[in-house]
Ligand binder design. Sequence first.
Ligand code: NDP
Ligand code: ZN
Length: 352
Amino acid sequence: MKGFAMLKIGETGWITKDVPACGPMDAICKPLALAPCTSDVHTVWAGAIGDRHNMILGHEAVGEVVEVGSLVKDFKVGDKVLVSAITPDWNSLEAQGGYAMHSGGMLSGWKFSNFKDGVFGEFFHVNDADGNLALLPDGMDLGAACMISDMVPTGFHGVELADVQFGDNVAVIGIGPVGLMSVAAAAIRGAANIYAVGSRKNCADLAREFGATDIINYREGDIVEQIMEKTHGAGVDRIVVAGGDNDTFDQAIRMLKPGGKIGNVNYLGEGDYVKIPRAEWGCGMGHKQIVGGLMPGGRLRSEKLARLVETNRIHPEKLITHRFTGLEHVEEALMLMKNKPADLIKPLVVIE
Ligand code: NDP
Ligand code: ZN
């Protein structure tokens, strides 16, 4: 089979590999829709997780099952499925401890395009199929379905980590596709003011549609000053970090109230340290929490998030600004994700 791969840090290309083998609890799928992710960009061009050789990229997909292992109970050949980007080993001790995404070691629930070939191939392998696939609901748009792989669960996880409560004032730093889903999630959780930080107009427009009350443009001035002014010096209760860099935590701590929480889902691709301002962190005693998390994967989460799409509470298909048809276009789609033209939020590749 052919697949689009990371050849080494900074280099991508098409390669040929054997179709993956199916273990007793696994499934082999062919993709129906695929999307590249900013994480693929960090992995290839920042070398963020170290070098990888000839590893097929991609972790966001909707698929059709072409083979199942003998112990798989709930899926059969021909089923159309939502595929979680994070595919934990659900019988691991980490999963029993509540952190399935770290099953087998930190970040090890993230297998596609990390520890094994990803989904940008003619076929891909899914471990623990009963735990990690979900049936594609009838009639669901493939774009929305593909966003349930990663953009929706990750954006929502930022809000879970920040523990947004009714009436909270929330800042969402970064409103690419992930942060936009955090805005939608914060609105569902009952946030009051939602300050969405970004600069691209189409992202700002969609942020407003998803529930942002204010757009803060980081290119037009210090975001701490802008948000402190909007909150009359009080700061915000919760912050989701879905963009920026290692210094974003400096800004986030400065604009966070004591007792507040920062939920980070940004993938920090470069540098050795993040910066936390000592005095604004209450000299270590300010009860300002920072939690960073890989999104939880798995079937139950996919099914629940799909329900939110089916009940029209979220519209992840609106993230998709560029649609292609044919596997060969994943390369072009990934380059869009790398170069982030002003009119891009998220590209989708549909496979016929
Ligand atoms: P995008 O690059 O599309 O969006 C980044 C956002 O951050 C944009 O709104 C951008 O603004 C904004 N931004 C950039 N620089 C700054 C700055 N200095 N200060 C404030 N805002 C800034 O990324 P995605 O939405 O695709 O992904 C977000 C992050 O989430 C990535 O790092 C990705 O790898 C990660 N991720 C993490 C996962 C997890 O499980 N934790 C899973 C999937 C993704 P502008 O409008 O100017 O572009
Ligand atoms: Zn992703």
